[in-house]
Design a protein. Structure first.
Length: 524
C-alpha cells in the first residue's frame, strides 16, 4: 500500500492576535490511487480578511511500479505568514520602531502555548454574533444593571478597570453571562505596534523552519539523526533527501532548524519540494505526532507575502488595535520595503520580543567578534608581508649590485686589447658629467659630507653611551671609501694643476719684469 504524503485535509485559517497562527487539521491518506483534498483559506472574525475558498486536487501517492513527484498537486493553499522565526526589535509599550526576533515571522509562534503554526493571521474562536458581544461589553462598561442601585456605577468602574487591564469578567446583568475581558479587547491599554521583517523566501525555495525544545549544542550533535528521522517520517523514499539550511539558537534553550527537501527524478534531474507541499505534509496528524517525539514544538513555512496579502494586512487593523494607532504605525515604518507592522499585546509578548532581541544581539556580537579576530589576523599578516617585501627589496638591490660588478669585470675582459670605441667615449663623457655633478659642492658631495658628519657624531655618541652601538654595512662603507678616495684624488690633481698654473704665472711675471728693465736700460 502506498503512503501518500499529500494532504487529504481541510485547513482553515482565522484571525486572532492571541494565537497569531493558523490551526490546521490534516489526516494522512493511504491508498493506491489519488485522494481528494480540500483546503479553505480565509480570515474571518474582526475585519473579515478575505473569503473562504475550496479547492479540489489530487495528492501524489506512491503506487507500485510508478514514481510521481513528491507532494505534487496538493491543494493546501492556506494563507500562512511564514518567514519562520524572523527578526524584529521592540522598544517598550509605545507605538514606534520595534523590530526584533519574532519567532513566527509576523507575530511569532505565539504568545501562548496553545498557538499553532500556520501564519500570522489566525483566530481560533469567534463569538457567535459580534454585535451582541459589543452590546454586552458596552453595557458592562457603561450601564450594568446587576444590582439596580448606586453600586452598579461602582461595578461599571470595576469593569472598566478590568477591561483596561485585559483580564477578568464583567458582570452586568443577572440573566446574561458575564463578558470575558482579554488583552485582545479594544479597551486594553497594554498593547502597541512594532515592526518585523518581511520574509523574502519564495515558495519554490522550499524552506520550512522547525523549532525544537532543545539546546543548540544538542541539535547540532544530533543533526544527522534528526535528518534521518525526518526522512523516515516523510516516507523514507529513496528519491527524496532532507537537507538542513541552517541552525541557530533561540531564547529559553530552544533551537531553530531550517530544512528543505530535494526530490530526485529517474532522468537525473532534481528539484526542491515547494513550501506549500512540504508544510502541508508536515502538518498531517501522524507526521506531527512523530515530530513532537523529536522535540519539535512548532513548524512554520518560510514564504513571502503576495502583494494582495500585504495590501489586506495593511488595510485592516488587527483585532483590538485602534485604527489610528495602526495608521500611525504604517506612517512610522522606517523601511516599508523590508518591515511590516505587527501588534504587541501584553507584557508577555513584550518580554518575548525582548528575549529575541537580546538573543539576536548576542549573535551579532559573536559575529562581530569573529570578524574582529579575522581583521586582527589579517593586519598581522599584512605587517609581516610588508616586512618581507622590504627585506626582499634589500636583497634585490644587493643582487643587482653584484650582477653589475660581474658585468663590469666581464666587459673589461671582453674589451681587453681593443681600441676605445665611439660609444665608449660617449659613455665616458656621460660618466664625467655625472662625476662632476657628484663633486659639485651644493649637490651630493655636500650631502655626503653632512652624512659623514652625522656618522661621526653617532660614533661619538656610541663611544659615550656604550649601550648604543651602530654599524655600517661593509659594502656601503667600501663605496663610501671609494668615493672619498676619488674625491681625494680629484683634490690632489686640482692642487697640482693649481701649483703648475701658479708657477706659470710667476714665470710670466718674471718675464714681464725683465722686459721692463731692458726697455729702461735702452732709453736711459
Amino acid at each position: 500500500m502506498a503512503f501518500s504524503l499529500g494532504g487529504g485535509s481541510s485547513g482553515t485559517t482565522g484571525f486572532s492576535f492571541g494565537s497569531f497562527g493558523a490551526k490546521t487539521t490534516a489526516q494522512p491518506s493511504f491508498g493506491f490511487g489519488t485522494t481528494t483534498t480540500t483546503a479553505a483559506s480565509g480570515f474571518g472574525g474582526f475585519g473579515t480578511f478575505g473569503t473562504t475558498t475550496t479547492t479540489s486536487g489530487q495528492t501524489a501517492g506512491f503506487p507500485f511500479g510508478a514514481s510521481t513527484g513528491l507532494f505534487q498537486n496538493t491543494a493546501n493553499k492556506g494563507f500562512g505568514f511564514g518567514g519562520g522565526f524572523g527578526t524584529g526589535t521592540g522598544t517598550g509599550l509605545t507605538t514606534g520602531l520595534a523590530a526584533g526576533s519574532t519567532f513566527g515571522g509576523f507575530g511569532g509562534f505565539g504568545t501562548q502555548q496553545q498557538q499553532q503554526a500556520g501564519g500570522l493571521l489566525g483566530q481560533a474562536i469567534q463569538p457567535p454574533t459580534q454585535s451582541a458581544q459589543l452590546i454586552n461589553t458596552a453595557s458592562a462598561l457603561s450601564a450594568p444593571t446587576l444590582l439596580g442601585d448606586e453600586r452598579d456605577a461602582i461595578l461599571a468602574k470595576w469593569n472598566q478597570l478590568q477591561a483596561f487591564w485585559g483580564t477578568g469578567k464583567g458582570y452586568f446583568h443577572n440573566n446574561l453571562a458575564p463578558v470575558e475581558f482579554t488583552q485582545e479587547n479594544p479597551f486594553c491599554r497594554f498593547k502597541t505596534v512594532g515592526f518585523s521583517c518581511i520574509p523574502s523566501n519564495k515558495d519554490e525555495d522550499g524552506l520550512v523552519a522547525l523549532a525544537f525544545n532543545k539546546k543548540e549544542a544538542d541539535i547540532r550533535n544530533q543533526q544527522q539523526l534528526i535528518v534521518e528521522s525526518l526522512h523516515k517520517i516523510l516516507g523514507g523514499l529513496p528519491q527524496i533527501m532532507v537537507n538542513v539550511e541552517g541552525i541557530r539558537a533561540l531564547p529559553d534553550d530552544q533551537t531553530e532548524m531550517v530544512i528543505y527537501v530535494v526530490e530526485r527524478f529517474p532522468n537525473g534531474n532534481s528539484r526542491r519540494v515547494s513550501v506549500t507541499n512540504l508544510y502541508s505534509s508536515l502538518e498531517q496528524a501522524t507526521v506531527k505526532s512523530h515530530l513532537m517525539q523529536l522535540g519539535v514544538i512548532v513548524t512554520l513555512p518560510r514564504t513571502e507575502l503576495s502583494p494582495a496579502q500585504m495590501k489586506q494586512l495593511l488595510q485592516n487593523p488587527p483585532a483590538g488595535v485602534d485604527p489610528i494607532i495602526w495608521e500611525q504605525a504604517k506612517v512610522d515604518n522606517p523601511d516599508p520595503e523590508k518591515l511590516i507592522p505587527v501588534p504587541m499585546v501584553g507584557f508577555k509578548e513584550l518580554l518575548r520580543r525582548l528575549k529575541f532581541q537580546e538573543q539576536m544581539t548576542k549573535q551579532h556580537q559573536s559575529r562581530l567578534d569573529i570578524i574582529s579576530e579575522d581583521v586582527n589576523e589579517l593586519q598581522k599578516n599584512q605587517a609581516t608581508t610588508v616586512a618581507k617585501i622590504a627585506q626582499y627589496k634589500r636583497k634585490l638591490m644587493d643582487q643587482a649590485h653584484k650582477v653589475l660588478q660581474v658585468l663590469i669585470k666581464q666587459e673589461i675582459q671582453r674589451k681587453a686589447g681593443y681600441a676605445i670605441q665611439a660609444e665608449e667615449e660617449q659613455l665616458r663623457v656621460q660618466l664625467d658629467t655625472i662625476q662632476s655633478e657628484l663633486n659639485a659642492p651644493t649637490q651630493f658631495k655636500g650631502r655626503l659630507n653632512e652624512l659623514m658628519s652625522q656618522i661621526r657624531m653617532q660614533n661619538h655618541v656610541g663611544a659615550v653611551r656604550s649601550e648604543e652601538r651602530y654599524s655600517v654595512d661593509g659594502d656601503l662603507l667600501g663605496e663610501i671609501k671609494q668615493h672619498l678616495k676619488l674625491q681625494q684624488e680629484g683634490l690632489t690633481h686640482l692642487i697640482s694643476v693649481l701649483k703648475e698654473d701658479l708657477e706659470d704665472v710667476k714665470l710670466i711675471e718674471q718675464g714681464l719684469n725683465e722686459s721692463v728693465h731692458v726697455r729702461r736700460d735702452l732709453f736711459s
